[in-house]
Design a protein around this ligand. Structure first.
Ligand code: FES
Ligand SMILES: [Fe+2]
Length: 414
């Protein structure tokens, strides 16, 4: 349990807040590169700021404040030009550095434009994603996590806007026991009400997740590793020996998957399921574009869709409330991972308040070529091998949420 004040301190991310200051030390994925193909201008909300991402006609990306400094019209309806984004209302144009480079309605020779700027932030592309950095200069390096940079793979990206605070998603990832209930007993119950069919329309496969005999957590260089021994297993299993990590502050790694939980504002999270598959022999990577698709959260009646694993997790995150009232919670022994994550947040807050760089802020290019993360692969590997063995192209399955073997695998959201 946290006091109300401490809950506010750990969850609020607007500019000037303690957590907002810590989170502004990190690069966040804000879009897929493919998002800008259909429309090169996209409204973005990040850490409580309203922004517009655009690609100019020379192919350069920019991220600027949403409101035009002139009379506050939204730049999301701007026109991409050779040298920036032009406001649709009176034609002022801004480049990717936030400089006003044209004011076509002002008198010839006017220097007014030289005194007008709009907020602008650095953006970089990596692995089919566009990342943004809203923090102090100089920006750290964009972390080259292994799945973002490895060769000879296929990738895809599933996105959802989740109407709750980002920490609820992260705390779920420090809570292994939920898998045996939410993705085990509850999954079975949902299937029993749906003639035994899951979201893919298939007969339910074995969903019962072995009872956790033991859970453990260790802080390591990049976050926290979670470990578990299930009924019938032992500490020799990869689930204990290797475990799987969360990368501080906002990434879950499971097998060949990242889940990025990006704080849009205090009550909305941009969730990206980033999946990677080794290309099968004979395939011809790389992909020209990493495809992006929407993962649904509710049905046409507004009810949560709970017949797939990520949908179950999203239901659990959202129904805790826009910001969970942690002053009312009752934590038990099984919540030790949640408690450790909160401790890590407080430690990293203190580092930033003392003027230091927190965990996972990289400034040395030599150590940022490819950041390898130890992770157990057993279940995910098995799902992939099954698809390959039956001649199914794994990527086509990934494009379809409900047929996604990884998303349905009980560990994938664990
Ligand atoms: S409001 Fe943008 S140019 Fe006038
Ligand atoms: Fe889960």
């Amino acid at each position: 349990m946290l006091s109300r004040e401490e809950n506010e301190r750990l969850t609020r991310a607007r500019p000037g807040t303690p957590m907002g200051t810590l989170l502004r030390r990190y690069w966040f994925p804000i879009a897929a590169t493919a998002d800008l193909d259909a429309n090169p201008v996209k409204a973005i909300k990040l850490l409580g700021e309203d922004l517009v991402l655009f690609r100019d006609r020379r192919g350069r990306l920019g991220l600027i404040g949403e409101r035009c400094p002139h009379r506050r019209v939204s730049m999301r309806y701007g026109i991409p030009e050779e040298d920036g984004l032009r406001c649709c209302y009176h034609g002022w144009m801004f480049d990717g550095q936030g400089r006003c480079v044209e004011m076509p309605a002002e008198l010839p020779g006017s220097t007014f434009k030289d005194r007008v700027r709009t907020p602008a932030y650095p953006v970089e592309e990596l692995g089919g994603l566009v990342f943004a950095y809203l923090g102090p200069e100089p920006p750290p390096l964009l972390p080259r996590w292994d799945l973002l940079v490895m060769d000879n793979v296929w990738r895809d990206i599933g996105v959802t806007v989740i109407p709750c605070n980002w920490m609820q998603c992260m705390e779920n990832s420090l809570d292994p026991v939920h898998t045996e209930w939410l993705h085990g007993r509850y999954y079975e119950y949902v299937m029993s009400r749906n003639a035994g069919k899951d979201a893919g329309g298939e007969r339910m496969v074995e969903r019962v997740i072995g009872h956790h005999l033991k859970i453990g957590f260790d802080v390591f260089a990049h976050g926290i590793v979670k470990r578990r021994v299930r009924l019938g297993g032992s500490e020799d299993d990869p689930t204990w020996r290797i475990g799987h990590p969360i990368l501080f502050p906002n990434i879950l790694r499971v097998g060949w998957t990242f889940q990025f939980r990006v704080p849009m504002d205090d009550t909305h999270t941009y969730h990206l399921m980033y999946q990677v598959l080794p290309a099968p022999p004979g395939a011809e990577p790389p992909q020209e574009r990493v495809p992006v698709y929407q993962i649904p959260i509710t049905d046409e009646r507004g009810e949560h869709i709970t017949n797939f694993v990520l949908g179950q997790d999203m239901m659990a995150w959202v129904t805790q409330g826009p910001v969970a009232e942690r002053d009312l919670e009752k934590l038990g022994d099984s919540d030790q991972g949640v408690i450790l994550f909160r401790r890590l947040l407080r430690e990293q807050l203190a580092i930033v308040e003392a003027g230091g760089d927190p965990m996972n802020v990289f400034r040395d290019a030599a150590t940022n070529k490819c950041i390898d993360i130890p992770v157990e692969y057993s279940l995910i590997e098995a799902a992939r091998a099954r698809r390959l063995a039956t001649g199914q192209a794994p990527w086509s399955a990934l494009l379809d949420t409900v047929e996604n073997a990884w998303a349905r695998a009980p560990e994938s959201a664990g």
